[in-house]
Design a protein around this ligand. Structure first.
Ligand code: MN
Length: 471
């Protein structure tokens, strides 16, 4: 009885001793002068600690010291590289590297390309986690739609960063300059761009960013040759399924899910919303996922700068969510009768639907691209191409049946760019969804006539193929 008591006592003492004399290592951040010393955050390999020191500690330095309560004593500077390697080793030892994708449809591809993509996701995921643990200054810009938002939410689960919404598909010069002024004097700036910026229009801004920060692009939009040439020359970490001949159905939110999975932080919910938002069938999604994605899109449309936490909260507050959902659905349904009554132009086996969107109120939900997606969903019994246009822009949607017989929205855009050159200001997108902006002195009517010609050729090729099959 007595012995038991004694040994127990000793144990308590030893624990206390460990507490007062623990040696800690880490990176010093957020140093502030206090009355009798300094307060700061020490980024250690496990978790950041809020500490105090009687002596000056320098921002960004790697140090070692003895911890007494919340006070760090006997400070010594250590090599940053040495510490970084130690953090890296620790990280390696704590993660379980997946050997296959979470989505089975990707594993059944059974290609070395898919596996290389998974390995790149793992490498980039580890690097981001390392930077976060070392206290680097991270800015995350995410596209303001269901995919971009759910991507950002997933990174926020394991990463300290400044999250900014980016309503444009391009990394605009204005935003690049803002990021530069914000980050220039920060500690090891890192910039992560989610679900946008894989395009020519973003090149100059990416040049600016890569001159002062470590830049990561996590995206799934197809890009052209001039963009991949640019990326190869720049020290930009580029994570995009199209680099591996994989498709846009691997959404940015899915990639972020695979990254979060490395650290045991995965939540299927966010990945599902990303798939629902971008109409991807990578895994089976349900009605609730679609509703959640619609609520995100609706909120982001009216208020792109809504904080990420609020997006998360709205889904838990049934009454608020229901209100947004009913409004979004009503607004969408108000287009049903107009869209249903549209008569297509028949081009061979293809039905071409044209809708004039110049009178659409651009301050109201849904936006032009959602209207054209809706049209596609309503009219998908035969191979269909759907075009919404204004005086200076066109939005394309291609349904699965038309895609199967060789209509590719992205190739269409490429061909149009080649034909009309400087008359086209910008354009691009996915194989089944893309858009085009024209210069003011040009007309969408001419572009539509050209598209009809191109679709005729698809029809001819298709007939040729069928004939060959029969023979
Ligand atoms: Mn997306």
């Amino acid at each position: 009885m007595e012995k038991y008591y004694e040994s127990n006592e000793t144990n308590i003492n030893r624990e206390n001793m460990n507490d007062v004399e623990r040696t800690v290592k880490g990176v010093v951040r957020f140093v502030r002068k206090t009355r009798d010393g300094y307060s700061f955050t020490l980024f250690t390999k496990s978790t950041p600690l809020k500490l105090y020191s009687r002596f000056y500690v320098e921002e960004g330095k790697a140090i070692l010291g003895k911890l007494r309560g919340e006070v760090l004593e006997d400070l010594k500077e250590i090599g940053f590289e040495e510490l970084r390697n130690e953090f890296k080793e620790h990280l390696e030892s704590t993660i379980v590297k997946p050997t296959s994708f979470y989505a089975n449809s990707l594993n059944s591809l059974n290609s070395s390309q898919a596996l290389s993509f998974l390995n790149q996701i793992i490498e980039i995921g580890k690097e981001l986690m390392l930077f976060s643990k070392l206290g680097f200054d991270i800015v995350v810009r995410y596209n303001a739609d269901a995919d971009g938002i759910s991507s950002a939410i997933q990174l926020k689960e394991f990463m300290k960063a400044n999250f900014i919404s980016n309503p444009s598909p391009f990394y605009l010069k204005r935003d690049a300059l803002n990021d530069l002024t914000f980050s220039l004097h920060k500690f090891n700036p890192v910039l992560i761009l989610l679900d946008f910026s894989s395009n020519k229009e973003s090149i100059e801004s990416l040049e600016i960013a890569s001159s002062y920060a470590r830049v990561f692009i996590i995206d799934h939009h197809p890009f052209d040759e001039s963009f991949s040439e640019f990326i190869e020359k720049k020290p930009i970490n580029f994570l995009n399924p199209h680099s591996f001949s994989l498709g846009s159905e691997i959404t940015t939110g899915y990639i972020c899910f695979e990254i979060a999975r490395l650290f045991g932080k995965e939540r299927e919910k966010w990945m599902r919303i990303s798939l629902a938002g971008d109409k991807s069938n990578l895994i089976n999604i349900n009605e609730k996922d679609k509703e959640d994605a619609l609520v995100f899109d609706y909120l982001a449309f009216y208020s792109p700068n809504t904080p990420l936490n609020f997006f998360k909260e709205v889904l838990e507050k049934e009454d608020i969510k229901e209100t947004f959902l009913i409004q979004a659905k009503e607004k969408i349904e108000s287009f049903y009768s107009k869209l249903s009554s549209l008569i297509p132009v028949k081009i061979g086996d293809i039905e071409l639907y044209l809708i004039d969107l110049s009178s659409l109120n651009k301050f109201d939900f849904p936006n032009a691209s959602k209207v054209v997606t809706l049209l596609k969903e309503l009219k998908s019994n035969s191979p269909g191409v759907f075009i919404g246009y204004t005086e200076s822009s066109l939005i394309f949607r291609v349904n699965d049946k038309a895609f199967e017989i060789g209509v590719d929205a992205n190739s269409l855009i490429k061909a149009l760019k080649e034909k009309f050159k400087e008359k086209i200001i910008s354009g691009g997108g996915h194989k089944k969804a893309s858009s085009l902006k024209l210069s003011k002195d040009f007309s969408t009517k001419l572009v539509i006539e050209e598209i009809k010609e191109m679709l005729k050729e698809v029809g001819v090729k298709e007939k040729q193929l069928k004939k060959n099959e029969k023979n």
